[in-house]
Design a protein around this ligand. Structure first.
Ligand code: AMP
Length: 576
């Protein structure tokens, strides 16, 4: 792990992407398979491959406690170290550097041992058992390696390495075309296996596997209708933008599973959708949005929220908040009769449709004849029309709002599906552009009625270049009393440091923040401040890796500045 950590340091130290790629390629080339796989997975900034449903289940507070105990420092000293960098891994390295005696370098765990320890942490039940394994791992590691072990474990690597660069490094290391590496990575969802296939010249063998979720294609925000037509026109495809929970539905035989945006299996939360889809005849993958829905109409997001966070909804809740799966894309389909999978040497196979144009995917989606909600089924198809002018888009936008949807998703019918990318094939037009997804980094007790409740949130966006979290504002939470009480308990249990009233908390809670104007300001580390920020809602469906970036704040700032007075008023209207 020492060599891996030194590599990570060098990658972090250069901003030149070609140099990052070169450094990694050189490191990977001589590795034997057993080391190559965890080396690459860790470089992707996670303890397990993306398609792997395992999670270590170790909270930041436990990690901080383990490190403080090993270093023989009190939690206050650890909190101070954390404050300096707002980086848990760096804080761990910092406190461990002051251990009276450093461990024997010969005993530093290898990447293979670290991977085994991560698997053991996942298997251990309860924080004490997990902490013991982590403690043993960190005790044997030098400070630098210990810091990186924690960074990988918490998914906060922050060395300025996008997945695309890692794929480029794999391609360079083994002399394979980048496109083949990316395609294999996309299909398998496992960058470690992809590296192995690249090493052995077997990239063509990569297969899409059902029940291994693909990362979702994302949309880029656009300021106005004219720009949309200019970018994707002359004629664009326009769908309603539904305000629910994004989900990917996998189906094989009678087995159905639903995955959320963060690739977790959420099937048990929506048993009626699973049961409805089990009745169908085809095998494949749908992309769509789960919505609360009654009598052909969308229910407000708040209704759906009652069903989130519950492992299994009781029958009463299911009756109160019925749900529907609004399908808008078909990502894979069996090539057999009626869309059934074909038996291959490695098991049943479906055909990936990701590289086919949207127009073809939509046609095939419609041909599936999904049983619609109004016919007693659990499906709907996204509302789709075409538009050729800004005025037409504005009219469709107003109609979508009247259907209680959030805005529009504008898509290029010729575009392919690019998992995990905020491509230009999909543009989102929300008007309520003046919202940002931020992560809460600090909380404070409220005043008056809110006394005793941690109701004031300080939140941050991410610097895309360094991965660092940069504060952008502070707001009184607009959450319900019940949500506030629950979040207060959560923040109390996940406090990393205290400064008088202010608590530095584990940066994992994502909130959607609305505001009126963005201004340049030195008050916050991002260099921006928001006027009248308000927390619209919690975004449990988004991970801190998906929050808005400094670059999107900058482009929003420029957009709002370019005489876009009307946008500000429009967004205020859209939010009211
Ligand atoms: P945002 O959450 O604001 O970044 O917007 C992107 C999200 O819009 C996607 O992740 C989907 O959950 C959602 N969405 C709603 N309707 C559609 C649609 N018709 N096509 C694609 N995505 C949609």
């Amino acid at each position: 792990m020492r060599r891996w950590s030194e590599l990570a340091e060098r990658v972090a130290a250069t901003t030149r992407t070609s140099e990052k790629v070169g450094l990694i390629a050189e490191h990977l080339r001589p590795l034997e398979p057993a080391r190559l796989v965890p080396t690459v997975i860790f470089l992707s900034g996670r303890p397990f491959a993306r398609s792997d449903q395992r999670a270590v289940g170790l909270g930041w507070a436990t990690i901080a406690a383990v490190a403080s105990e090993l270093a023989g420092v009190d939690p206050g000293a650890f909190a101070q170290a954390y404050d300096l960098s707002s980086d848990l891994g760096r804080a761990v390295a910092e406190v461990l550097a002051h251990r009276p005696a450093q461990p024997d370098p010969a005993r530093c765990p290898t990447v293979v041992e670290v991977a085994e320890a991560f698997a053991a942490i996942e298997r251990a039940s309860g924080p004490a058992g997990k902490a013991a394994i982590l403690g043993d791992l960190l005790a044997r590691s030098d400070p630098l390696s210990a810091g990186y072990i924690v960074k990988v474990l918490t998914g906060e690597l922050r060395i300025g390495l996008r997945e695309g660069l890692l794929e480029a490094a794999i391609a360079q290391a083994f002399g394979r075309p980048l496109e083949e590496v990316s395609w294999a990575g996309m299909l398998t969802g496992d960058i470690g296996q992809t590296a192995l296939l690249a090493r052995e010249g077997r990239l063509a063998e990569a297969r899409l596997t059902l029940f291994h979720p693909l990362t979702f294609m994302l949309a880029s925000p656009v300021e106005d209708a004219g720009e949309i037509i200019a970018r994707l026109g002359p004629t664009v495809w326009v769908e309603d933008k539904y305000d629910g929970i994004r989900a990917q539905l996998h189906r094989l035989g009678r087995e159905v599973r639903l995955y959320s945006r963060d690739l977790h299996d959420v099937s048990r939360q929506f048993p009626e959708i699973v049961a409805g889809a089990a009745e169908l005849g085809w095998d494949g993958i749908l992309d769509g949005e789960i919505l609360a829905w009654r009598d052909g109409r969308v229910l407000p997001f708040l209704a759906l929220q009652a069903r989130l966070g519950r492992k299994e909804p009781p029958a009463t809740l299911r009756a109160e908040v019925p749900v529907v799966f609004v399908a808008f894309d078909l990502l894979a389909l069996g090539a057999g009769e009626g869309g059934r999978a074909i038996e291959g040497p490695g098991g049943p196979r479906v055909e990936p449709l990701l590289r086919r144009p949207l127009a073809e995917r939509r046609r095939r989606l419609e041909a599936l004849d999904l049983p619609l909600a109004e016919e007693g089924g659990v499906f709907a198809l996204s509302h789709l029309v075409t538009a050729s002018s800004a005025a037409e888009l504005e009219r469709i936008f107003a109609e979508a709002r009247a259907r209680r949807n959030e805005g529009l998703m504008v898509k290029d019918p010729a575009s392919s599906y690019s998992p995990g990318r905020r491509g230009l094939g999909w543009l989102k037009m929300k008007k309520a552009l003046a919202t940002l997804d931020c992560v809460v980094v600090g909380v404070e007790m409220g005043h008056g009625k809110r006394h005793g409740v941690l109701s004031d949130y300080t939140f941050a966006v991410r610097d895309d270049a360094t991965g660092e979290l940069l504060t952008i504002g502070k707001a009184y939470s607009g959450l319900t009393d019940a949500e506030l009480a629950e979040m207060t308990r959560w923040f109390e249990a996940h406090t990393l440091a205290r400064h008088g009233r202010y608590r530095v908390v584990e940066p994992t809670v994502v909130v959607e923040v609305a505001f009126d104007v963005i201004m340049r300001s030195t008050r916050h580390r991002s260099g921006f401040a928001l006027r009248f920020p308000r927390i619209v809602r919690l975004r449990p469906d988004k991970s801190p890796a998906e929050i808005d970036t400094l670059a999107s704040v900058e482009s929003l700032f420029r957009g709002l500045q370019q005489g876009a007075e009307h946008l500000v008023t429009a967004s205020a209207r859209a939010l009211s």
